[in-house]
Design a protein around this ligand. Sequence first.
Ligand code: MG
Length: 206
Amino acid sequence: MEMTLPLDIETVKGFLNPKEGEALYRLAADASDLGPCLEVGSYCGKSTVYIGSACKLMGNTLFALDHHRGSEEHQPGEEYHDSELFDPRAQLMDSFHSFRGNMRRADLEQTVVPVVAPSVVAARHWNTPLGLVFIDGGHSLEAALTDYRSWTRHIVPGGFLAIHDIFPNPEDGGQAPYEIYQLALNSAQFELVEMVETLGILRRIQ
Ligand code: MG
């Protein structure tokens, strides 16, 4: 299937490389007859455009979950801080304004449902089985474990779990995504489909 995106993806801020994005697009297309997709950690909507475009094509829905107050590394003074995403009135990070504009530009407002809340709050009453869960939220171990425990249990058998920023070598990056990736593999509930750059793709087998 030929991938077509509704905008120049380089105009959307984010940390997903094009190969990873294309893998997510294909995965979302594959997951579409299994259930809706959900991503944790939308930021400005780069992965949302890839996954959402496939969902739109297939008549599926993407729930895009983010509190939009930035992860640890996005806060003022931290390595990935972007002052354009800082709301001076609230004195807080706010990536939702950028995210919302990008969804409008990408014509994805009839496909993407923004869920603006902490992961654990959004999960509290969640009861919808999911075809794909993409985890790219906070990279502290606590945040990654919360996302893993909150969302992977809703993936249907045959559905997909994708985890971003897998670095088996600690010198290359933080270890929390890799830890939940290993947790999934060791649970015997998931099998590895493939790795695309730092994107781990697993399938739920039971
Ligand atoms: Mg990431």
